[in-house]
Design a protein around this ligand. Sequence first.
Ligand code: FES
Length: 122
Amino acid sequence: MYNEKVLEIFANPRNVGEIENADGVGTVGNASCGDIMKVYLKIENDVIVDAKFKTFGCAAAIASSSVATEMIKGKTIEEALKIRNADVVEQLEGLPPQKIHCSVLAEEAIAAAIENYRSKQK
Ligand code: FES
């Protein structure tokens, strides 16, 4: 079902874990499959200097978390918010149609973590 790239990343995901005293934390879930993704961000001057994740979910969700956290490192929060699930799928060189929602979780978890960061700035 999965391509080689997804399987390779699933077997060796980057950025697994949590960041102590993270500046932004976002947790999202998909009600239909029950999978949960939590993203931790370290942010300095609105630039994401570190990102980690914990995902309780399928191989596509874990691979999506890995590439999404890689993609946002070094980006400003504005740039990170522009990353769509389609960009995550492209990095993964494709996902099966029934697994597209797993990449949506990554987009949503990043947005939730940034929202959490912004709410703390106020
Ligand atoms: Fe729901 Fe993958 S099956 S996140």
